[in-house]
Design a protein around this ligand. Structure first.
Ligand SMILES: *[C@@H]1O[C@H](CO)[C@@H](O)[C@H](O)[C@H]1NC(C)=O
Ligand SMILES: *[C@@H]1O[C@H](CO)[C@@H](O)[C@H](O)[C@H]1NC(C)=O
Ligand SMILES: *[C@@H]1O[C@H](CO)[C@@H](O)[C@H](O)[C@H]1NC(C)=O
Length: 468
């Protein structure tokens, strides 16, 4: 069991691609300002204080240098921005925000001991998998916990509180056919790691169900579903297992300090957790794509992104004012971007508008997905050293829409007022309403609101007449 904590978060220290962003001066722990007394005191006072201060500074420097690099990082001493910047992540829509605020939260990956289970998806031969799939489909569920060491939490330097907990995973593809071909005919195509951040709400299960029915047609895909909550949802485990698509279900709640921000950086903790998972598995072969649960995906998207050498881009439909966001392409090269919100973003693209080759991404140890609403794509792409000339335009030189930013109308939880004594197996309603509760769609109440309407022949009936 790999005891990988999620020591992912570090302030910006070496993002080589952010040279045009001004950064406020950083305080390093070993560059403590001298105590004011030292400056103000007379010569005699200085004489007795200086050795003390010198000793203290020496002690701090000694501690700093003797801690291993990783320990320093775990303790949050890696350098960079300090508390003054915290809570400054609500810059959505403000012009010039980028100039004054650096990308300070940084994923700093550390090599972990290889996890016990190898990633079998890319190594098992197709035939073996095929036989396995024909037998009783057994669920391969493993449970693992990755948590911060509580000791690390108690240290004040970096109170960011991220966790990544794998609820269940399945590396075996239980599908026999995709798009009219048996699975074995897809050979060793690079695997698409399809990262879906999701969060509990009434529409969550329907969205994931619809998305799954798209992904069922896509060969060689591993679905990373990262839920923004603390506890694993067994209902979702069962759902994901039923599809037969290789998947990893994890929970990675947004750190509590961001929860009350407006806008809250939604989906960031999830994507960071998925990036962490990819790094922990040392995956350098395959394609990363961030696919939200409410988008609409054309199946051609998947064959397009699978060809990604470094970073590919394509227009996304139904974005903001123009109904589209995407690259401007001339003579087969990306030269600029069409998007109604620029705000200093060098890469003004939607999260669903690009794909990244993992081998390319692996060259950049400081992969950054900051908690900064509106700037996640831009700063992520900067952190992997993107250059205009590296971008591969897809979708017939960015003339076609292969992905749509559809949004489902969101409503609050349903409420059904029904006496709990009727929620048993005398009718379907007990089991139905329990399922709806597990899916986070509706809950029951005994005394709130109007009694639930139950009718027969066009007339409302008392609950007792039908259910008792
Ligand atoms: C860290 O997370 C735990 C549980 O996830 C929560 O109870 C605690 O308040 C959090 N601490 C901070 C500083 O955010
Ligand atoms: C990670 O992958 C690289 C290249 O595939 C390989 O050289 C390296 O040994 C691997 N490291 C671990 C820890 O598995
Ligand atoms: C994109 O445009 C370039 C230059 O006009 C052309 O050579 C190339 O074939 C086009 N690619 C596609 C997929 O149409």
């Amino acid at each position: 069991m790999s005891s990988a904590h999620y020591q992912a978060l570090e302030p910006q220290t070496s993002d080589e691609d952010n040279e045009d962003i001004e950064r406020p001066p950083h305080h390093h722990i070993h560059q403590n300002h001298p105590h004011p007394m030292v400056r103000k005191g007379g010569v005699a006072r200085r004489r007795c204080i200086l050795p003390l201060v010198g000793g203290a500074l020496f002690f701090i420097a000694f501690c700093y240098l003797t801690l291993s690099g990783d320990t320093r990082i775990a303790l949050g001493l890696g350098g960079g921005s300090e508390d003054s910047e915290e809570g400054s992540h609500h810059g959505l829509g403000k012009q010039g925000v980028l100039e004054s605020r650096p990308a300070h939260w940084l994923l700093r990956y550390t090599r972990q001991e290889p996890a016990k289970e190898e990633f079998r998806g890319s190594t098992t031969s197709q035939e073996t998998e095929f036989k396995l799939a024909k037998q009783e489909p057994k669920l391969k569920i493993t449970r693992r916990r990755h948590r911060f060491n509580p000791k690390i939490h108690s240290i004040n330097f970096r109170p960011l509180n991220e966790s990544l907990h794998v609820c269940s995973e399945n590396y075996e593809d239980h599908r026999q056919f995709m798009q009219d071909k048996p699975r074995s005919e897809y050979g060793q195509l690079p695997i698409i790691y399809f990262v879906t951040p999701t969060y509990p709400r009434r529409e969550q299960i329907p969205e994931l169900t619809r998305l799954a029915h798209t992904l069922l047609h896509v060969p060689r895909l591993h679905w990373l579903v990262a839920d923004d909550q603390e506890k694993c949802n067994d209902f979702m485990d069962t759902l994901l297992n039923r599809f037969g698509i290789p998947f990893t279900h994890m929970v990675s709640p947004m750190p509590s300090k961001f929860r009350n921000e407006k806008p809250a950086p939604r989906g960031v903790a999830n994507r960071r957790a998925a990036l962490q998972w990819l790094r922990q598995h040392n995956l350098t072969n395959g394609i990363l794509y961030f696919g939200d649960d409410d988008n609409t995906y054309d199946l051609r998207l998947f064959s397009e992104i699978r060809k990604t050498q470094r970073v590919s881009m394509f227009p996304v439909g139904l974005i903001a004012d123009y109904g589209v966001s995407g690259p401007v392409v001339r003579k087969g090269k990306v030269v600029a971007f069409l998007d109604s919100w620029v705000a200093g973003r060098r890469w003004p693209v939607d999260m669903a508008g690009f794909a990244v080759n993992l081998e390319y991404m692996a060259q950049y140890p400081y992969v950054n997905m900051p908690y900064k609403p509106g700037y996640e794509e831009d700063l992520f792409l900067r952190s992997i050293g993107l250059q205009m000339s590296l971008i591969e335009p897809r979708g017939n030189n960015c003339t076609e829409i292969l992905v749509w930013h559809t949004q489902t109308k969101s409503k609050k939880l349903g409420l059904v007022r029904l006496e709990s004594k009727y929620l048993d197996d005398r009718s379907n309603l007990g089991a139905l309403l329990l399922n709806l509760k597990l899916m986070g769609v509706a809950s029951t109440t005994e005394n709130e609101g109007r009694n639930a309407l139950i009718s027969k022949n066009g007339k409302e009936k008392p609950h007792s007449a039908i259910l008792s």
